[in-house]
Write a protein that binds this ligand. Structure first.
Ligand code: ADP
Ligand code: MG
Length: 345
């Protein structure tokens, strides 16, 4: 080796060493678990990421709450309900469009204008009190999505809109759809941050993508619908293994009370004004988004077994898993009925 060649090789080695020192190590991705309370329920989020996204997740929750919360008097929804504002933001517009679609698909069984009835029966902003049929009759004329119209201009980030009420007493309740929507919001946040593997569970509504920390499909339990107003019992009826799902469950086994001998559940039939009473204990729905799955699951609870199966079969992107109470002689057992697409995947 000539002196010149030696000099060049030494310079090259020094350059490579310098580059190795100056270029920082690629941050390693690891699995994070974020748990806590939000929207009056729990959340449990697992995701693989190169950075802890806790602050972004909490900020997304706060932004969502400022739009959709019924309990925050300055939220978009509360201001529209109070009649002090009619401007609809992007979350509200997405929620309303899905609510309208599910309203039509369910023949009116799903209806976000059910709020006055939800309050009357003590599941919303008002406390429980004995309900007289006359009170239901008085509120029914103010319930119905045909009494509201959403006007929208633009799309994507430029979308804007306003709500027109043809009846000033109309009040909206997004309780059957917003929890699912918030799962989609967090899933989108994780995807934007480069996450390919995550599980978002907000109060039992779930979006899952990719694999868990062991490299296996996510395991999602469907809760056995045993009456439990404390919400602490959690027996699993069935376990799904999946790498891509948006899933929501509605049931009448946690949010209910007894009025004399009648069980009053938080699912209200907007056509009669009364809490639903039938053998359908819980409805789990898989759909194209968690928001849609959430609304459809509530619609299933209103419709009961036959109507639920009919509605879900007519929707090519959805499937359902229903748990029913079955009376055999003197004892009640549980029966599972699935729509035809449930077993696919
Ligand atoms: P969960 O809160 O257990 O997930 P749901 O998704 O079924 O249950 O939401 C129930 C809530 O939806 C009720 O507490 C009420 O606020 C609202 N709601 C009740 N009945 C209806 C209905 N027919 N259509 C739309 N929303 C409803
Ligand atoms: Mg729901």
């Amino acid at each position: 080796m000539t002196r010149k060649q030696l000099l060049i090789s030494t310079a090259l080695i020094a350059l490579v060493a310098l580059v190795l020192i100056l270029v920082p190590d690629q941050p390693k991705a690891s699995y994070y678990a974020d748990k806590g309370q939000v929207f009056g329920t729990y959340y449990a989020i697992q995701y693989e990421s190169t950075a802890d996204l806790h602050d972004s997740i909490r900020a997304a929750f706060a932004a969502f709450d400022a739009s959709m919360s019924m309990f925050n008097p300055s939220s978009t929804l509360s201001r529209i309900n109070a009649g002090v504002d009619s401007v609809a933001d992007a979350y509200f517009i997405a929620m309303y469009r899905t609510a309208e679609d599910v309203h039509l698909r369910s023949g009116g069984a799903f209806d976000i204008t059910v709020a006055p009835l939800v309050n009357l029966w003590g599941f919303g902003l008002k406390n429980r009190a004995h309900v007289e049929p006359a009170q239901v009759e008085q509120l029914l004329p103010h319930v119905g999505m045909n009494k509201v119209r959403l006007h929208v201009t633009g799309d994507g980030l430029q979308v804007s809109g306003y709500v027109e009420k043809t009846d000033p007493y109309v009040q909206l309740d997004a309780g059957a759809i917003a929890k699912g929507q918030s799962c989609d919001v967090i899933a989108a946040l994780l995807a934007r941050n480069g996450c390919e593997n995550y599980l978002v569970d907000i109060g039992g509504e779930v979006v899952a993508k990719g694999c868990n920390a062991q490299g296996n499909p996510w395991r999602i339990g469907i809760t056995r619908p045993v009456d439990d107003a404390t919400g602490e019992l959690s027996e699993v009826q069935s376990v799904l293994k999946t790498t891509d799902i948006a899933l929501a469950t509605s049931g009448n086994y946690r949010n209910f009370y007894y009025d004399g001998v009648e069980k009053r559940s938080h699912t209200i039939d907007p056509r009669t004004g009364y809490p639903v009473q039938h053998g359908l204990l819980s409805a789990t729905v898989r759909s194209s988004s968690c928001m849609r799955a959430d609304a459809l699951a509530t619609a299933c609870m209103v419709l009961g077994e036959e109507g639920a199966i009919k509605m879900i079969e007519a929707d090519s992107v959805s499937a359902c898993y229903l748990i029913l109470a079955e009376q055999v002689d003197d004892s009640t057992t549980m029966k599972v009925v699935c729509s035809s697409r449930w077993k696919e995947e």
